[in-house]
Design a protein around this ligand. Structure first.
Ligand code: NAD
Ligand code: 6OD
Length: 495
């Protein structure tokens, strides 16, 4: 074992950077903390500006090496080997992700790690099927030509990701980038460095050449994140995280005019009509509000319920929330883990306080659970439901990113649409109704990149994924990812 990442979920210290096929220390280290009990899991080697430059140069060199020369079939075969290697170390990835994020082991096992393998398989297959445009051209004077485009790699891709679904979101970007023949330098969140480093071991096992996949650890501003995104030899930046951070990265990339793909924050709405399937909607919305302790960019923090069933629905959702089992992430029975950090808990609790000040009625929660054991040192909060806030309240407008929602009644379809769309964000929405026409109609009125009808977070990796407004720029998924990570060169041949 080279990196410090392990088979059992504990770490041989420290977690290292991975540059040009080698695991590398930095001049400084920072602590990786287990959010379930506040203990230090490992020290992490921080990359300074020189190490970030080494990683970018290694990635540049690798572009022109073996990886660049390999054809699509060979690259795709390697990416399937990466997926195989993730699957063969399934428990190791699960344990590392659970220790870093505090998410329930059942969630990491059913979502994060299987999706990591699936990301590699889907994009390995997609690149083999990807066509490009061609046109038979005839100008007004009768000249004929053939136009066709060819797909080339963009170059070195800087990848910056958050802590909520670290491996899922990392591989969602690395897999299509590599499929298109690029090389990558990855900056995982400082909160969750482990699985990106484990993936480096997997890359070695799968025979991905040195310099193709590089990992640099550290923070955002004045640190690794900024060094990477502003680096002039990085050809494109793909980022998932807060909208504010997206704005800072946009400034950093401006001088070298790089393409960006941004998947940012959300304040997502769910609209529940009285004609919905009550139990199905309750189950779906409970997931949409509380999955991953509400730390999914797609989570519904604003729920609009038709007035005729408002009281009944709020009562039933309260009952669901109160039954959720909070506990140690490693327990099979745990449904709700802690928030990611003490700092993030302070932010979420500041919104719980603000909700009081803004005049909310607390339906359930609003505080911190007590366990009477070591978990009291973790960063847990209670699942929380509010009603009674004005639509203009900050708690209804701003992304909280915790296990919390505000539920408000509506009287007509038109009113529900106006309320749902009254946001600067526009990532995801969900509509719950058994009326097929209404489902289509309302979904098509949503000002959001993704709308689910009678489901939530049901993913087909070929579909366009991304947001409008403060929720992002561009779309990833299927051909959209392949087009972002490719440079299309047009060739015009006079016939
Ligand atoms: P964040 O923006 O604070 O950090 C994300 C990453 O950016 C981290 O690796 C961080 O170190 C780095 N970073 C911070 N400042 C930087 C800078 N100036 N330059 C370069 N890098 C910098 O986000 P977070 O707190 O880790 O994640 C939560 C946020 O991510 C929420 O807003 C959530 O909605 C959003 N998110 C969006 C999606 C999506 O698909 N739209 C998915 C997951 C999370
Ligand atoms: O499922 C995906 O592909 C994806 N990008 C999910 C993002 C979730 C946000 O937290």
């Amino acid at each position: 074992m080279i990196t410090g990442a392990c088979e059992t979920g504990s770490f041989v210290k420290p977690i290292l950077n991975f540059i040009d096929g080698k695991f590398v220390r930095g001049k400084r280290e920072f602590a990786d903390v287990n959010p379930a009990d506040g203990s230090v899991i490992a020290q992490v080697a921080e990359a300074d500006e020189n190490l970030v430059d080494d990683a970018v140069q290694a990635a540049r060199k690798a572009l022109n090496g073996e990886w660049g020369r390999r054809g699509i079939r060979e690259r795709a075969a390697r990416l399937h080997k990466v997926a195989d290697a993730i699957e063969s170390r399934f428990d190791c990835f699960v344990n590392a992700e659970v220790a870093d994020t505090g998410k329930p082991v059942t969630l990491a096992s059913r979502l994060d790690v299987p999706r990591a393998a699936a990301n590699f398989r889907v994009f390995a297959d997609a690149i083999k099927m990807a066509g490009v445009e061609s046109f038979q051209t005839e100008t007004p004077d009768g000249t004929r030509a053939l136009n066709y485009a060819i797909r080339k790699p963009l170059g070195v891709i800087g990848i910056v990701i958050p802590w909520n679904l670290p491996l899922l979101l990392l591989t969602w970007k690395v897999a299509p980038a590599l499929a298109c023949g690029n090389t990558v330098v990855v900056k995982p969140s400082e909160e969750t460095p482990a699985t990106a480093t484990l993936l480096a071991e997997v890359m070695q096992e799968a025979g991905i050449p040195h310099g193709v996949y590089n990992v640099v650890h550290g923070f955002g501003p004045d640190s690794t994140g900024e060094f990477l995104t502003k680096h002039p030899d990085v050809n494109a930046v793909t980022f998932t995280g807060e909208s504010r951070t997206g704005a800072a990265i946009m400034k950093a990339v401006a001088p070298s005019v790089k393409p960006v793909s941004f998947e940012l924050g959300g304040k997502n709405a769910a609209i529940v009509f009285a004609d919905c399937d009550f139990e199905e909607t309750l189950d779906g919305l409970s997931e949409a509000v509380f999955l991953n302790t509400g730390q999914v960019c797609l989570c519904a923090e604003r729920v609009y319920v038709e007035r005729s069933m408002f009281e009944q629905f709020v009562e039933a959702l309260k009952h669901k929330a109160e039954k959720l089992r909070q506990g140690a992430p490693s327990e099979q029975t745990t449904e709700l883990g802690p928030l990611i950090s003490a700092q993030h808990r302070a932010k979420v609790l500041s919104y719980y306080k603000l909700a009081h000040e803004e005049g909310a009625t607390v339906v359930t929660g609003g505080g911190v659970p007590e366990f009477g054991n070591v978990l009291d040192k973790g960063f847990y909060v209670q699942p929380t439901i509010y009603t009674g806030l004005a639509e203009s309240a900050r708690c209804v407008k701003e992304e909280i990113f915790g296990p919390v929602c505000h539920v408000a009644p509506f009287d007509s379809e038109e009113e529900a649409i106006v309320m749902a769309n009254d946001t600067e964000y526009g990532l995801a929405a969900s509509v719950w109704t058994t009326n097929l026409k209404r489902g289509h109609r309302v979904a098509q009125s949503m000002n959001a990149g993704i709308t689910w009808v009678n489901c939530w977070f049901l993913r087909d990796l070929r579909t366009p994924f991304g947001g409008v407004g403060l929720s992002g720029i561009g779309r990833e998924g299927g051909m959209h990812s392949l087009n972002f990570y490719s440079e299309l060169n047009n060739i015009c041949i006079r016939l």
